[in-house]
Ligand binder design. Structure first.
Ligand code: YOG
Length: 135
């Protein structure tokens, strides 16, 4: 039985989002706005099928995938790049690689009790986020 990510998760901590955004070439005005946001993750998991919605008052982003199946991801409203993306199980962690213009790009999710952790990586910058289950 893989881990169950279903639920609504609210951000409670965020480190180095700025470094991650600079690595993605996000302009300063947008970074200032983005740094004020309190994202919520709404995750729908059905076996190996996932939809992860990242919701904010400024922009929303949604990504749907099946574990192990590569797809073309367009990071619309984020850095607007195309990536060849795949998400795999690493034990109970969700490990994503996003191949494209940016090197060493990807993210990892895992759960510990009521907390959902996320590390977003791009070109040596790692943003570490913590979410708490609220629904
Ligand atoms: O999530 O990869 O859960 O898709 C990363 C933002 C700010 C827009 C969001 C809106 C990167 C301006 C995480 C933020 C910064 C800044 C919320 C997306 C780019 C632009 C929409 C992500 C994964 C893992 C699932």
């Amino acid at each position: 039985m893989p881990a169950n990510y279903n639920g609504i998760w609210d951000i409670v901590d965020c480190k180095n989002f700025e470094g991650y955004m600079i690595a993605l070439d996000i302009d300063m005005v947008t970074r200032k706005i983005a740094n004020m946001l309190k994202p919520q993750k709404v995750i729908e998991q059905d076996g190996n099928f996932f939809t992860i919605k990242t919701l904010t008052t400024f922009r929303n982003y949604s990504c749907s995938f099946k574990i192990g199946e590569e797809f073309e991801e367009v990071t619309k409203g984020l850095d607007n790049r195309k990536c060849q993306t795949v998400v795999n199980w690493d034990n109970d962690k969700l490990a994503c690689t996003q191949k494209g213009e940016k090197k060493d790009r990807g993210w990892t999710h895992w759960i510990e009790g009521d907390f959902l952790f996320l590390e977003l990586q791009c070109e040596g910058q790692i943003c570490k986020q913590t979410y708490r289950k609220t629904g």
